[in-house]
Design a protein around this ligand. Structure first.
Ligand code: RBF
Length: 162
């Protein structure tokens, strides 16, 4: 996977299912709020464009990316959803905090997905600086919020098929 690719931001919409009636959870971190707003809008718009009802999208806010796994667990315990999308933005600083947090979140979300048997999508930017985050939240490298929504739809469809 190339860091400069548009990934799933450019995808074949005709191959996507109609998701009317499907339920989705979104857990979104508050850190780096401008970036998060763009990821969230891209994510919600994509679900709605493919047929989801706004009332079937449950959004929980958590303080930071580190809290995403527990936020996802609370959401999974309280709601029957087809998939949970976790959105965050970790920007590298002077210390290694970003590596510890990213690794904890990746492990935590994997556990939640397996434990609850619900697709739990890692929509966390792990970038070196703010410009890289801007480029990936509606900028020249697409919007990872859109990609997270597309992945959630595809995984939810796989689960419904089986
Ligand atoms: N949370 C984020 O979502 N993005 C960040 O870039 C981010 N940077 C942090 C830097 C430091 C030094 C610390 C201590 C926390 C940071 N957090 C960040 C918050 C973290 O995810 C969590 O909310 C707090 O550590 C409280 O558990």
């Amino acid at each position: 996977m190339s860091s400069s690719s548009n990934g799933l931001s450019l995808y074949d919409e005709t191959k996507m299912p109609n998701i009317l009636g499907w339920k989705f959870g979104i857990v979104v971190s508050e850190w780096n709020s401008g970036i998060m707003e763009n990821l969230l809008v891209g994510c919600k718009d994509t679900l709605i464009r493919h047929g989801a009802n706004i009332n079937d999208i449950i959004t929980y806010q958590v303080p930071g990316s580190f809290e995403l796994p527990v936020g996802a667990k609370i959401l999974a315990n309280e709601n029957q959803v087809d998939a949970i999308i976790c959105l965050g933005c970790l920007i590298k600083g002077d210390t290694a905090h970003d590596e510890y947090i990213a690794s904890a979140v990746a492990n935590g979300l994997t556990q939640i997905g397996v434990m609850f048997d619900i697709p739990c999508i890692f929509g966390v930017l792990t970038v070196l600086n703010e410009q890289q985050a801007i480029d990936r939240s509606g900028g020249k490298y697409g919007n990872k919020g859109v990609e997270a929504a597309v992945t959630a739809i595809r995984m939810a469809a796989l689960k419904r098929l089986l």
